[in-house]
Design a protein. Structure first.
Ligand code: WTA
Length: 635
């Protein structure tokens, strides 16, 4: 019997050791006993990081939706699968049972098929956090179409780039979305995007806000009438374990986002197993992850991981501050939420407000609290622990990435003693390494280096859509035979890991990954801008905020600096989305560059952080004189 559920620290170490000593036996037992396969694998795994090639459950056949829905029907058909909490607290909550989810997913799958979507086709989903989003994701998986969910806060240009990169033939969207007191006109964003997407043949539109929208003849259709006509039975497409399940874009060091491709079999096994253990999910629990399905956290820990375990998963359409700062806690009380998973940035924002927003609600249902997406600082950790967990609910600080598919470092609640700001121990099957700058692995305790993973795990991304070389170069070329995460980390005296932050040119703002390159490209398109560089600087709510150093084309640019700043931010909003706006923009006469022309961001980071007492070695700079000018005018 495999052990699906870790009960104490000794057992954790025992299972961990087995997962490292005999990874194939370990994952084979988990896969065998806890999932439904249409055909068994011929080989558990095969790998070669030099290519890189990673195969899990070779030649096995399955459909992930049979694992997330069908197999639950006879044991928990009437249990709530998705609990939908609308943006407006006065609007009715929806309890979608496993039986109903089955029906809705089958109908949607049939609609997709009727509209000509076939196995392997890519479908772009640009929807708010409404049940149709989860249903559509699952319907794609049901028919073997590859879903590419684009967060509905991205601009039309960012959406078009993502649609074109993976040649989506269909887009599913809504008339609009509710965000607190505002509504956003999603359909018109899609319409603008599609002016540049010749490959898109059809658009299905969900009615959410009842707004007037333009429907393009021959391309756009309302979804509901199609669903009304569709059959509620659908035979799941049989997929190979290695068939792509979805593509999800993440930022990179060039302007082009990376479409991370995830597998069907390995992804399912790992997200389900991590979910069960890291949230200690019990049969009647209500679990709530506040992320958006537009990000990987929503894919793995709102949809696939919870549903594969037959859980009740809350889907929240709104924002933490609407109608007031108590919304999260009101929802926890209302649905008696047992596991609550959110981002440090949300905790920091709510911690700034009066405790009255917390204290008027009964939070005693909570058993496990989680955080994800960025390092959590001590103050936020203690606030969360004292006021939300009441010192009783363990906090799982979970480290992972879009690329890893599932949680890689985390405490096991009630098992691993926690330390504020530490993600603690590697999850089962995860073999970590810290590397120094010379490519040597740092052994032992109390060391700090670059975080790598030295052995495959089932949910790792298999490639970057359309660019396997970039996959290799980004993740597998820095260190031989290792996956390089892009993060720095330290290991303390007891072997706990603490993530210190990105060591590459990705900046995490409010838990969202932003690459410097696409933002700089956007700024540079402004007619008055010659060149720019952006860096992150510490921000008490967002974790990091963006600081732009901008060289203008003509000395004596006649427009007012504040107008230019607004225009630059407006442009970034159009190119990428409001999440990438700069908090500070400083106009500078030059950027500190090395003789080989590389911008020395280290110096800019110090200026942005107002910490210029020690700039380190600047002798390799081509233009040391600009440094002084930049410091003098720092904002
Ligand atoms: C950061 C989100 C510290 C990290 C699931 C990583 C974290 C990037 C943590 C991935 C954590 C995520 N502590 N940093 N618990 N979790 N990160 O792809 O820098 O959106 O590389 O995936 O977020 O962000 P992504």
């Amino acid at each position: 019997m495999s052990n699906y559920y870790i009960k104490n620290l000794e057992e954790y170490f025992q299972i961990y050791r087995k997962s490292v000593r005999e990874p194939e036996n370990f994952w084979e037992e988990i896969a065998e006993e806890h999932f439904v396969w249409r055909k068994r694998w011929t080989n558990v795994m095969r790998w070669d990081f030099s290519k890189p090639e990673v195969v899990w459950f070779e030649n096995a056949k399955l459909n992930i939706t049979e694992n997330c829905i069908d197999r639950h029907l006879h044991i928990r058909g009437d249990k709530t699968a998705i609990l939908f909490e609308p943006n407006d607290p006065k609007e009715k909550v929806q309890h979608i049972t496993y039986n109903e989810l089955y029906e809705r997913v089958c109908k949607m799958a049939n609609v997709l098929k009727e509209q000509g979507v076939k196995k392997g086709d890519r479908v772009c989903i640009y929807l708010p956090m409404i049940p149709e989003l989860a249903v559509t994701v699952l319907a794609c998986a049901r028919i073997g179409a590859v879903h590419s969910v684009v967060f509905a806060g991205f601009s039309s240009l960012a959406l078009a780039t993502r649609i074109n990169d993976c040649d989506c033939k269909m887009v599913i969207t809504s008339d609009g979305s509710n965000r607190g007191a505002k509504t956003i006109d999603l359909k018109s964003i899609v319409d603008t995007a599609l002016e540049d997407c010749p490959g898109v043949e059809s658009v299905l539109v969900v009615k959410r806000i009842n707004s007037e929208v333009d429907m393009k003849e021959g391309r756009d259709q309302w979804l509901q009438p199609l669903l009304d006509k569709a059959s509620s039975q659908n035979a799941a497409e049989i997929m190979d374990a290695e068939d792509p399940l979805f593509i999800l874009y993440t930022s990179g060091s060039t302007g082009k986002p990376k479409g991370m491709v995830h597998s069907s079999g390995g992804y399912m096994v790992f997200t389900a197993y991590t979910f069960k253990n890291i949230f200690n999910y019990q049969e009647n629990d209500v679990y709530w992850c506040t992320a958006d399905i537009g990000w990987v956290t929503g894919h793995s820990y709102i949809v696939y991981g919870p549903l594969a375990n037959g859980a009740t998963t809350v889907m929240f359409e709104g924002i933490p501050t609407y109608p007031d700062h108590g919304r999260f806690w009101e929802v926890v009380e209302k649905h008696k939420v047992n596991q609550f998973y959110t981002a440090p940035t949300a905790i920091r924002a709510l911690a700034k407000e009066s405790l009255d927003f917390v204290d008027k609600y009964d939070l005693t249902s909570l058993k496990v609290l989680g955080t994800v997406g960025e390092p959590i600082n001590e103050e936020a950790w203690h606030w969360y622990n004292n006021n939300i967990g009441r010192n009783k609910s363990p906090i799982v600080d979970t480290w992972w990435q879009t690329e890893t598919g599932g949680i890689m470092i985390s405490p096991i609640p009630y098992v691993t003693p926690t330390t504020p700001t530490y993600a603690t121990l590697p999850f089962i099957g995860v073999q970590l390494a810290l590397m120094d700058e010379n490519g040597q692995e740092l052994e032992g305790k109390q060391v700090e280096g670059r975080l790598c993973i030295k052995y495959p795990w089932p949910a790792m991304a298999r490639t970057i859509w359309g660019d396997h070389k970039r996959y290799h170069d980004t993740y597998f070329s820095a260190y031989e035979n290792m996956y390089f995460t892009g993060d720095g980390a330290k290991r303390d005296a007891v072997g706990y890991y603490r993530i210190t932050g990105r060591v590459d040119d990705v900046i995490i703002v409010s838990g969202h990954n932003l690459g410097t390159a696409p933002i700089e490209d956007s700024i540079n398109e402004h007619p008055a801008v010659a060149e720019s560089a952006i860096v992150g600087f510490p921000h008490d709510i967002k974790g990091n905020a963006l600081y732009g150093f901008v060289i203008l084309k003509e000395i004596g640019e006649s427009r007012k600096p504040d107008n230019l700043r607004k225009e630059i931010n407006q442009q970034i909003t159009e190119h990428i989305g409001p999440i990438a706006k700069l908090d500070k923009i400083q106009f500078v006469p030059g950027l500190p560059k090395t003789r080989s022309g590389k911008i020395m961001r280290r110096i800019l980071r110090k200026v942005a952080a107002k910490d210029t007492s020690d700039l380190g070695d600047i002798s390799t700079l081509l233009n040391p004189e600009v440094v002084e000018a930049i410091i003098k005018d720092a904002l």
